[in-house]
Design a protein around this ligand. Structure first.
Ligand code: CU
Length: 235
């Protein structure tokens, strides 16, 4: 786990939260106990901040990439989500490629507010703008773990001043086949994600206890849902 990266993000997110920007989202993920240890297998390769062609179709950039079909079972080992905001406007594409032992996730985003945004897979493959995307339910969390250990918890999007974001990372927390079987959606949130990292010097008004409360451990306090896209097999 790249503690430096995550800690930096988390510190910023926690600061924002404490400053009162952390409108909590309504999610109904499980309440199961924390699963052991630091199980963060996400590996972030932040791509360079500048986008070469921010307004090009995201899929054009990535369609030519090699795909490895070995781990994918049926299908071609590729899937993607066309992201739309609550106004029904396109904000880019998130693509999933099965590689040797991991899935590579590539996000090519535009028309999103500058700054960090929570970025997750949610449980239901439903994106209804009229419902503010709440019908996509909570984080993809088949093992009933706490936030930051949900398989659907992904590194945050860093959106540049021009509204574009480019993110590429690998994860071994799911396979492309699994995402297609389980039927999930990608979600971009309004606010940063605190990854459940609330130090014990903060006491929750809700629980009266130090550290993260249940809401934080379900959601990461990433706020309202900004854009949503159903993960579908790429033909
Ligand atoms: Cu989310």
């Amino acid at each position: 786990m790249n503690k430096k990266v995550v800690k930096g993000i988390v510190t910023a997110a926690a600061a924002a939260l404490i400053a009162g920007c952390g409108d909590v989202e309504e999610e109904n993920t499980g309440e199961g106990g924390r699963e052991g240890g630091n199980n963060n297998n996400l590996e972030v390769d932040d791509e360079e901040a500048s986008e070469e062609d921010g307004d090009a179709e995201a899929s054009e950039n990535i369609e030519n990439e090699e795909s490895n079909e070995s781990g994918a079972g049926e299908g071609n080992g590729q899937a993607s989500a066309e992201m739309e905001n609550t106004e029904g406007e396109s904000v880019g594409t998130v693509s999933f490629y099965e590689e040797e032992d991991v899935v590579r996730v590539e996000a090519d985003i535009e028309n999103v507010d500058t700054g960090y945004h929570g970025f997750h897979l949610h449980d239901e493959a439903v994106c209804e703008p009229e419902e503010d995307f709440t019908t996509a339910e909570g984080h993809y969390n088949p093992d009933d773990s706490d936030h930051a250990e949900h398989p659907g918890d992904m590194p945050p999007l860093l959106v540049n001043e021009d509204g574009t974001a480019s993110l590429s990372f690998t994860t071994d927390r799911f396979t492309v086949e699994e995402l297609l079987e389980e039927e999930v959606a990608v979600m971009i949130h309004e606010d940063p994600d605190n990854f459940g990292h609330i130090p014990d010097r903060y006491v929750s008004e809700e629980s009266g206890e130090p550290g993260p409360d249940e809401e934080t451990l379900d959601t990461g306090d990433a706020g309202d849902r900004y854009a949503c896209g159903v993960v579908e097999e790429t033909s």
